[in-house]
Design a protein around this ligand. Structure first.
Ligand code: ME8
Length: 513
């Protein structure tokens, strides 16, 4: 049976336009989805939008648009952004869809039937911006006297009838689960943070609101709408066809990984597993959190006017360089800064120079000196064998990195081989061999071709467009691009298309003249 792999992004709030932070999490999840597809797994990759709650309702009011029409518009924009970033999602879930409402209500009903929800009244702090309840001891006071959440979001005092989820009853089970499943929360720093948060004690969680209407009605009590996080988290099940346990997609549960930003780890690593335990469902294998992007050293915010639309970056630098940069800049899981200088340097040095030149040098020599035809694999020298051995280890090496969500380390491994290829071509100097030993020249070019084929194959998840071009230039056919195909050598004698640059150098507009 083919192994399954289910990966999700957060579903994004439709209270504002998509930005580079959203694109980042989606690209990371996309790399995982594409990697596992190429590795022969049956993958389900889910993304979508989170459309209920007071924050979205207020944004629609400010825009002066009817709420559903507003969410339709912004959700479509998020989808356009995902498409522009080449996110290979299999399904796009919207929480205002009937299939989701039915699933969220069924999940609620199940949790209630199992005795974990009771009616009470909530009195306490709420941060609208975070759609999150905070306890008194988590707040700080600003010099002007206002109370703020740890995220800096202003809080308000709420007092209203509410249903509660018996979160406190799950404290020990959660701690035991974290202990037994060390890979459940990543990276390790977040795991420690969550364990210590839960150890401090969990209070029951308010899971319904009565002071506004934009949400999913609570089953049998339409005066209440579900707390937006109960509603939102259920998306990971509603896209599978829950509550129909026999729906074909339910075989994808439990999810292999929910990729989320560090801001929402608590919801995914505390509330979500507790809801699932309460419903008697299996828990996801991993919740992995990505770090935070700042822009040229500053927090990204509407008030600073520095919110980056990923589509603008793509228009300027090209899609694949942007995807590459996002995952290359800092070990996945850590915080990072988006600055033009380092983006341009990575594009020009690592993509255009290290990889682009290697491809160009090799392919143009095959075109010129081998009649554009792929040479035979000849008897191999020690130098040849050592380069090819290094390249052929890449799929297994990357498989290990993907298991650990080490998306950046994986790129470093590939670049070690890229650099080894460049050192090899300089050492072997096929341009000199052309006169002295043309057979050896052909053999060297063939070794480079074989090594580059591995490189291009394993880089597809990161840079699908550029690697598609690269593989085409290498004469690799569509059915030969998955990892298992690397076991079969490409037959000699294939005619390769005329080589073209894969990564043009970026030249600053002012210095281009
Ligand atoms: O939290 N750097 O939606 P949201 C990196 N609807 N990632 C960032 C980022 C930044 N500066 N800014 C945002 C929600 N993100 C809920 C999720 S899931 C059941 C419900 C990314 O629109 C990051 O992944 O506020 C973060 O978790 C997500 O966008 C928050 O998106």
């Amino acid at each position: 049976m083919t192994a399954r792999f289910y990966v999700t992004t957060p579903i994004y709030y439709v209270n504002g336009a998509p930005h580079i932070g959203h694109a980042y999490t989606s690209v990371a999840a996309d790399v995982l989805a594409r990697f596992h597809r190429l590795d022969g797994k049956d993958v389900l990759f889910l993304t979508g939008t989170d459309e209920h709650g007071q924050k979205v309702e207020q944004a629609a009011q400010v825009a002066g648009v009817e709420t559903q029409a507003f969410t339709d518009r912004i959700s479509a924009d998020f989808r356009t952004m995902a498409d522009a970033m080449d996110i290979s999602y299999d399904d796009y879930i919207r929480t205002t869809e009937p299939r989701h409402k039915a699933a969220a209500q069924a999940l609620w009903q199940k949790v209630a039937d199992n005795g974990h929800i009771y009616l009470g009244a909530y009195e306490g702090w709420y941060a609208l911006r975070d759609e999150c309840f905070y306890s008194e001891d988590e707040l700080t006071t600003r010099p002007d006297g206002t109370r703020v959440a740890p995220t800096g979001a202003p809080v308000e005092w709420l007092r209203e009838p509410s249903y509660f989820f018996r979160l406190s009853a799950f404290q020990d089970r959660l701690l035991e689960f974290y202990e037994q499943h060390p890979a459940f929360i990543g990276p390790e720093s977040r795991r420690r943070e969550i364990v210590s948060f839960v150890k401090q004690g969990l209070r029951d969680l308010s899971v319904s609101r009565t002071s506004f209407k934009w949400g999913i009605p609570v089953p049998n009590d339409p005066d209440h709408v579900m707390y937006v996080w109960f509603d939102a988290l259920a998306n990971y099940l509603s896209a599978l066809g829950y509550p129909d346990i026999d729906a074909p997609r339910m075989a994808f549960w439990p999810a292999n990984v929910h990729v989320v930003g560090k801001d929402i780890i608590r919801f995914h690593a505390v509330y979500w597993p507790a809801f699932l335990m309460a419903a008697g469902l299996e828990l996801p294998r991993t919740v992995f959190s990505n770090g935070w992007w700042t822009i040229e050293g500053e927090k990204m915010s509407k008030s600073l006017g520095n919110v980056v639309d990923p589509r603008d970056l793509v228009a300027e630098f090209g899609l694949d360089p942007v995807r590459y940069f996002l995952l290359r800049e800092v070990p996945f899981g850590g915080d990072s800064d988006l600055n033009r200088r380092s983006l341009i340097t990575r594009l020009n040095v690592e993509l255009a120079n290290d990889l682009g030149n290697l491809a160009q040098r090799t392919l143009s020599q095959i075109a010129r000196n081998c009649g554009g035809v792929l040479p035979e694999a000849a008897v191999r020298t020690e130098d040849d064998q050592s380069l090819l051995a290094q390249a052929s280890l890449l799929p297994a090496l990357l498989r290990g990195q993907m298991e650990r969500f080490a998306l950046t380390d994986a790129l470093e491994e590939v670049w070690k081989v890229v650099r080894a290829c460049n050192a090899y071509i300089d050492r072997q100097a096929p341009w000199t061999l052309r006169k002295t030993d043309p057979d050896r020249m052909a053999a060297v070019l063939r070794v480079l071709h074989d090594a580059m084929r591995v490189i291009a194959t394993v880089l597809q998840p990161y840079m699908p467009g550029a690697m598609d071009k690269f593989l085409t230039q290498l004469g690799i056919e569509a059915g030969e691009r998955h990892f298992a195909a690397l076991e079969t050598p490409v037959p000699a004698g294939r005619t390769l298309p005329a080589p073209q640059g894969i990564f043009p150098r970026y030249v600053e507009p002012e210095s281009a003249a």
